[in-house]
Ligand binder design. Structure first.
Ligand code: ATP
Length: 226
């Protein structure tokens, strides 16, 4: 969607269990831009992603994703919106282990209403692009952790999202795989024009971002990766 900001958060407030995780927070992320969110454990970084996904509703403020107020959507409409506009990579891939990688990736397209041939062709292209061409009949469970995260990146890109979110995407990987996954993620804004928001404790991952923000005591403020 040309011209629409992938993320526009204004005056966002969220409290849980008596803790003010977000205290009048603002965040704008442009198409093609990457932002890393760091901060202490329990600060609310994953919660911020849940708010962007519409899984959690704010106490006050506005959360626009690709121009849509996500807190106004429910159920099937919210799911359809996410499929069309948001891709998500989790720490542990969250893939279906018994399916082949191409099936895991294609599934994201099939759920979005793509015809089977189109979904499988696109899934094959995306797996090629993340360096997993020609896996054949292997199931996702048989892949290494790094390979599974590549599949997760391919799946997240299947819907050509305006916004790509990643929550500790390298948290369970060895150093070499961490660098490979980070490279793939940070290539996405350049190659696909999406915005990227990565929550990470890994300073080398955060250092690749256009901007690093720190969430601490309810405030989201600019900070270095170190
Ligand atoms: N449903 C809930 N009920 C009570 N507390 C919750 C709930 N969900 C989250 N929290 C609390 O909110 C805080 C923020 O959690 P969150 O997972 O967003 O932090 P985080 O910054 O991502 O932490 P980490 O870096 O350890 O992943 C934590 O203290 C957590 O225990």
């Amino acid at each position: 969607m040309a011209g629409v900001m992938p993320v526009e958060v204004e005056d966002l407030t969220y409290e849980i269990a008596g803790r003010q995780l977000l205290n009048h927070v603002g965040l704008s992320v442009r198409a093609g831009e990457s932002v890393a969110v760091m901060g202490p454990s329990g600060a609310g970084k994953s919660t911020l992603l849940s708010l962007l996904l519409g899984l959690v509703r704010p106490d006050s403020g506005r959360i626009l994703v690709a121009g849509q107020d996500v807190a106004a959507l429910r159920g099937g409409k919210l799911a359809a919106f996410r499929r069309a506009h948001v891709g998500m990579v989790f720490q542990f891939g969250e893939l279906l282990p018994e399916l082949k990688p191409v099936e895991n990736v294609a599934l994201a397209g099939l759920l979005g209403g793509s015809p089977g041939r189109t979904a499988y062709a696109r899934a094959g292209e995306l797996l090629d692009a993340v360096g997993l061409a020609g896996l054949g009949a292997v199931t996702t469970a048989e892949l290494s952790g790094g390979e599974r995260q590549r599949v997760a990146v391919a799946r997240a890109l299947m819907g050509a999202p305006d916004l790509l979110l990643a929550d500790e995407p390298t948290g369970s990987l060895d150093e070499e795989s961490r660098a490979q996954i980070a490279a793939l993620l940070f290539a996405a804004p350049k190659e696909h024009g999406c915005a990227l928001v990565v929550v990470t404790h890994d300073a080398t991952v955060a250092a690749r971002a256009d901007r690093v923000l720190r969430l601490r005591a309810g405030e989201l403020v600019p900070g270095g990766a170190g």
